[in-house]
Design a protein around this ligand. Sequence first.
Ligand code: ADP
Length: 405
Amino acid sequence: MKILVINAGSSSVKYQLFDMTNETVLAKGICERIGNPVTGIFKHKVPGREDYKVEVPLKTHSEAIQLIVDTLVSEKLGVIKSMKEIDAVGHRVLHGGEKFSGSVLIDENVIKAIEDCCELGPLHNPHNLTGIHACEEIIGNVPQVAVFDTGFHQTMPDYAYMYALPYEYYEKYKIRRYGFHGTSHRYVSMRAADMLSSLGKKPEDLKIITCHLGNGSSITAIKDGRVIDTSMGFTPQEGVCMGTRSGSIDATIVPYIAAKENLTPAECEKMLNKKSGLLGISGASSDCRDIEDAAANGDVRASLALNVLCYGIKKIVGSYTAALGGVDLIIFTGGIGENSASTRFGVCQGLEYLGVDFDKDVNETIHGKDAFISKPSSKVKVCVIPTNEELVIARDTMNIVKNLK
Ligand code: ADP
C-alpha cells in the first residue's frame, strides 16, 4: 500500500510518499513560499538520487499539491507510474479539540468538525483544511485520513486539563489544556517501549516522560500507554522556554507589561510568541546551536538562556515523576533533544536521586539516532529517539484504510 502524507502549513506543503510494505519513504519534499508574489521553492528528494530543487511560482495550495503529484508520477523525477498507485492520503491536522482522540477517515462531518476547531487552532487548521480540499480536487476519490496533534493527549484526566479559572470559560469557550506534538510523543513512546521490550519490560507497564525539544517544545507524562499530563496547554505557548515562546509565566505579567508599554492584545501575543524564549533572554538568536556557540564564547545571556531551558525541563520531569508515581524512562526527541548533548546533560544532571545513572560519555556521541544515554545498570533509563511523525500518520492512515477494503 502506498500512502501520501501531507502537512499543509500557512505557506508551505510538506509531503512524504511511503511504501507501507516495508515502511520505506519513496520520495519526500516541500513546496515553500506558496502565495509569494515573486516565486515559490520546490524541493524533492528520492533516496539514492540527487536532490531536486527549483524556483517556481505557486499561487495556491492546490497548485502546490498538483506540482507534488505531477512530480511523483513524472518520468524523470517520479517514483510511481500513475496517481492511481496512491492508495490513501494522511493529513497532519493540528487541532481536534475534544472531538478527536484518534485518527479518523475524513468525510463531510469530519471536515465540519475540523472547521469548528479553527477557532482553537487559527494558525494551522484552516491551512490543514486547504490541503485536504486540494487533495480531494487533485487526487480525487482516494480515502483521506486526519491525524491530530492534540489526539494522543485526550486521555488526560479532567484535573490535569482543567485550569483554575471560572468554569464558565471552559463551558463557553472550551478553555482547557489540549497539548500538542501528540504524534511525536506517541511515536517515541511506542518506539522506546519496543527498545525496552528486549530488556524484558512490557510497554503497557511503563511510566514514560517524553521531552520533545525543538523550536517548539513540550513534555508529556505517559502511563500504561496513555497520556496523563502534558506541558503545552490551551495553545503551544505554555510549558518550557522555547525558541521564541516564553513558556509558562505568571499570567498577570502580561497586563502589567501591556499597561507599561501600551501594547494591544495582539502585540502582547506577538511578544510572548515571537520575541521571548531563548531569543528573548539571549537577545541573540532563537536557535539552540547559535546560543550554545555564543555561550561557549562567554556570552552571559546566552548561558542564562540555556540554564533557564534546562532548569525548566528538569522541573517538569520532576513534577511528572510525582504525577506518574515514579518513572521508568525519560526520552529526548526533536531537534534539540536529538542533537544537543549539553541540554540532555543539563536536564539529567542531579536526577541521581530518581535513579538516573546518566552516561555522560555516551551522551556526547549521540546525534540523531536511537540510543540509550543512561548506563546499562541505571534504574531509570534515558534515551534519544529521533521522532518520525510522518510514519505515524502513514501507519494510522493504513490501519484505517485497510479496514475499508
Ligand atoms: P521544529 O520545532 O521547527 O520542528 P526542530 O525539531 O527541527 O524544530 O528543532 C530545531 C531546534 O533544534 C533549533 O533550536 C536547533 O538549533 C536545534 N538543533 C538542531 N541541531 C542541533 C545541534 N546539533 N545542537 C544543538 N541544537 C540543535
